[in-house]
Design a protein around this ligand. Structure first.
Ligand code: GDP
Length: 177
C-alpha cells in the first residue's frame, strides 16, 4: 500500500512568533489548509500544523508550530524553539507596536533557538492598506541589519503567504542538504 509517510525525506520544524493578534494562526491555516477563519480563536493548546511539499525533488514535511496564545503571557518556553530550523517573526503592518516588539522576538530566537535557524520577518495584514502604520522600508532596513528574510503578506487574501513559506523552506533545505 502506498503510504506518503514512507516517502518523506525531511521534516522541518518551523516556529511562528510575534505579538498576539498579528495573524500567526491565520497565516498557518492559509499555508497548510488554504483557508482563513473569520471567527478564529483562541487557539489554546493547538501545537502545530503540517503540509507536505516538494522542494528540489525532495519530499519535505513542514511542521509549523503556533504559540497557542502563550505569547500573551510571554510564556513561550525554550522547548517551543528546540529543534526549529526556521522561524516566522510576524508583526501587523497596521500596529506599530507589534513591529517595535519584533527585536525582542528575534533576541529570544537568538537566545533559545539553534544558531543556524533561518528567520523570516513577516509584515502581515497587507490588505489593510489604509491603516498602514509601518512603512515597508523600515522593515526592509531592519531585516537587512539583522540578517532576516522579509515579506509582507495577507493571510486574508493569501498574498505572498505561499512564496514566503517556500523561500524559508528552500533556504532551510539548502542548509540541511
Ligand atoms: P495570532 O494571535 O497572531 O495567532 O492572530 P490570529 O491569526 O488569531 O489573527 C488575529 C486577528 O487578525 C483575527 O481577527 C484575524 O481574522 C485577523 N487577521 C489575521 N490575518 C489577517 C490579514 O491578513 N488581514 C486582515 N485584514 N485580518 C487578519
Amino acid at each position: 500500500k502506498f503510504d506518503r509517510e514512507d516517502k518523506i525525506d525531511y521534516v522541518f520544524k518551523v516556529v511562528a512568533t510575534g505579538d498576539s493578534a498579528v495573524g500567526k494562526t491565520q497565516i498557518l491555516s492559509r499555508f497548510t489548509k488554504n483557508s482563513f477563519c473569520f471567527d478564529s480563536k483562541s487557539t489554546i493548546g493547538v501545537e502545530f500544523q503540517t503540509r507536505t511539499l516538494t522542494i528540489k525533488g525532495k519530499v519535505i514535511k513542514a511542521q509549523i508550530w503556533d504559540t497557542a496564545g502563550q505569547e500573551r503571557y510571554r510564556a513561550v518556553t525554550s522547548a517551543y524553539y528546540r529543534g526549529a530550523l526556521g522561524a516566522l517573526v510576524v508583526y501587523d503592518i497596521t500596529k506599530r507596536r507589534t513591529f517595535d516588539n519584533v527585536a525582542r522576538w528575534v533576541d529570544e530566537l537568538r537566545a533559545y533557538a539553534d544558531t543556524s535557524i533561518v528567520i523570516m520577518l513577516i509584515g502581515n495584514k497587507a490588505d489593510l492598506v489604509d491603516l498602514r502604520e509601518v512603512p515597508t522600508e523600515d522593515a526592509v532596513e531592519f531585516a537587512e541589519n539583522k540578517g532576516l528574510f522579509f515579506s509582507e503578506t495577507s493571510a486574508l487574501s493569501g498574498d505572498n503567504v505561499e512564496s514566503a513559506f517556500f523561500q524559508l523552506l528552500e533556504e532551510i533545505h539548502g542548509i540541511v542538504s
